[in-house]
Design a protein around this ligand. Structure first.
Ligand SMILES: Cc1ncc(COP(=O)(O)O)c(C=O)c1O
Length: 310
């Protein structure tokens, strides 16, 4: 659905609420030219106690952490961003939504050095359904191993969520879709499995769960962390600091993606090789079902993960 079709009218920008159409920047904005922005993507779920943002504090923390390598200073503290986001959701009567905070070097001069460019910041929120389609959550998706490799953290810090990084994600995702797949898996420079263009990846073998470690050039996903916690609490052994070879994708019992947008999405095929029998596996199903119970607040567990709007 395009923004035009959505019932949204407000954006918080540099400390003020502005009309959706007035949230504009100059064409010579530094971040537009050099990808010098940092951003977040969080979900707010509809619950019996009203809208609740999943792991908002961790998203804000990661936003500030992403600024560090770029020496970017946000002039608003985390509490102000939280209050602004709550107000944004309330003003737009959103019951569930996706939230996109972004900070970037603004307009002043256009050397590669940001010099005196001000740090601008905005937060938008809009309704957004399942990222890879409702059916994907149940039946899984077909993915291809991209011919594009993920840059290593010695080239661009991959643990910072920087706008410029996402040209790699776009190339990989579009290549996959052009070839008839729903999404890509990106290998790192060493040829190990890193992650999806906007997702972390998990592998299940003999009832145990494996996911690439943080030194494999991945984003330290907040859903990844949540799923590791949920899986361990369900009694699974989770190996969260491993190297996964490309070949292991083809022999896995189960594979799934995690992400704020993708939530917990099973993978049905990799490069036309069917994962096990091609249906959502039992471990994926149990974790996915527990994940949705948690985020929709059908349980009181993990209440500390939620920021309620009212
Ligand atoms: C490259 C990449 N990896 C992993 C993830 C998953 O992270 P999270 O669960 O924090 O959304 C994302 C999404 O933000 C991403 O863009």
């Amino acid at each position: 659905m395009s923004f035009e079709e959505m019932d949204v009218d407000t954006i918080w920008m540099d400390g003020e609420f502005v009309d959706w159409d007035d949230a504009q920047i100059h064409v010579l904005t530094h971040g537009l030219h050099y990808g010098t922005g940092v951003f977040e993507g969080a979900r707010c779920y509809e619950t019996e106690d009203g809208p609740a943002i999943f792991r908002w504090d961790e998203h804000v923390e990661r936003l500030f952490a992403s600024c560090k390598p770029y020496e970017m200073e946000i002039d608003h503290d985390p509490e102000e961003l939280t209050e602004a986001t709550k107000e944004l959701i309330t003003r737009q009567d959103l019951t569930s939504c996706y939230i996109r905070p972004i900070a970037f070097y603004g307009y002043e001069s256009l050397g590669v050095s940001p010099g005196d460019c001000p740090t601008r910041i905005a937060i938008a929120a809009w309704p957004w359904g399942t990222y890879l389609g409702e059916e994907a959550l149940e039946n899984g998706i077909d993915v291809m191993v991209s011919s594009w490799r993920k840059h290593s953290s010695s080239q661009i810090p991959t643990n910072a969520k920087t706008t410029g990084l996402y040209v790699n994600s776009m190339l990989a995702g579009e290549e996959a879709r052009r070839n008839g797949y729903a999404e890509a898996i990106v290998l790192n420079k060493e040829g190990h499995v890193a992650e999806g263009p906007g997702e972390n990846i998990f592998l299940v073998r003999d009832g145990e769960i494996f996911t690439p470690g943080l030194s494999e050039s991945i984003l330290d996903g907040i859903t990844r962390d949540s799923v590791i916690t949920i899986a361990r609490d369900l009694g699974y052994t989770v190996h969260d600091n491993v190297t996964i070879s490309r070949g292991e994708l083809n022999t896995a019992d189960e594979l799934f993606f995690t992400g704020s947008a993708a939530e917990v999405t099973p993978i049905r095929k990799v490069d036309n090789v069917v994962v096990d029998d091609g249906t959502r596996g039992p471990v994926t199903e149990e974790i996915q079902s527990r994940f949705f119970d948690v985020v929709e607040r059908h349980t009181d567990d993990y209440d500390e993960w939620f920021t309620y709007i009212q």
